[in-house]
Design a protein around this ligand. Structure first.
Ligand SMILES: *Cc1c(COP(=O)(O)O)cnc(C)c1O
Length: 233
């Protein structure tokens, strides 16, 4: 690490956290008769100090998640210029007026959740030629304040994405209600994905990523367990 790199103690803290989360993912995978390598750890960097993100990059981690286009745009072009092979996931609510930036920034867009967005996103892919992977977000708990397609509308929406809207869908994402048994939500997401032959399942956060792995997560989105608590927005 050069003088401009993250300070030593921070570097070892992130190193320890990354190793611990990966070990827990691996143990959960093995217990579920799965290959540990079949699960991608997406380290969620929203509202984290830049030096923590730099430490993870310096340690060789490459899959990251952000929940706001504006915030991602402020940090990732510069980080990508310094570190090769970054895979950036959009995991937050996406406004149609941010689509051009989002498609330019992200490798995976996990939050496709309404017809207007799906249509505009398909048009932006045509226009730009970019090919991010797209996931549909399912509001498995039918929470009014949360983004995502309602479970009862998921089949029709996924079909419309693939047909009418012309948007290739590679997987599903969910964020279970706080305080509820996450496994029920993960099982529901896995069932909808299997019904549509979708391979990518993004589920599980710091609170429940091992459960998500048990229920078939292909990627887990972990923020605080890797980077520590976030600053206020
Ligand atoms: C912030 C966030 C995460 C990570 O949550 P932690 O509790 O920090 O692990 C995962 N998914 C989404 C959609 C998020 O916004």
């Amino acid at each position: 690490m050069g003088a401009s790199g993250p300070p030593r103690p921070l570097y070892s803290e992130i190193k320890t956290n990354l190793a611990a989360v990966k070990a827990r993912i691996a143990a959960a995978a093995v217990a579920a008769d799965r290959q540990p390598e079949s699960v991608t750890l997406v380290a969620v960097t929203k509202l984290q100090p830049l030096e923590r993100v730099e430490a993870a990059l310096a340690l060789g981690h490459r899959a990251f998640g952000e929940n706001r286009v504006q915030e991602a745009k402020a940090k990732w072009p510069e980080l990508r210029a310094r570190f090769e092979g970054v895979e950036l996931h959009m995991v937050g609510h996406l406004q149609t007026n941010k689509l051009r930036d989002a498609v330019a920034l992200f490798d995976v867009i996990e939050s496709v959740d309404r017809p207007k967005l799906a249509r505009s996103l398909a048009a932006e892919l045509d226009r730009s030629g970019a090919r991010p992977k797209c996931y549909v977000q399912i509001n498995t708990g039918s929470e009014p304040q949360k983004s995502g397609v309602l479970p009862g509308e998921a089949d029709a929406f996924i079909q419309a994405c693939r047909g009418e809207f012309g948007l290739p869908v590679a997987g599903l994402m969910c964020m279970p209600p706080i305080g509820e048994e996450a496994s029920l939500h993960f099982a529901l997401l896995a069932k909808i994905a299997a019904h549509h032959g979708l391979g990518e399942l993004s589920m599980g956060t710091s609170a429940d990523f091992e459960v998500a792995v048990t229920f078939g997560a292909r990627s887990v989105r972990v923020g605080t367990a890797v980077f520590g608590s976030r600053s206020a927005p």
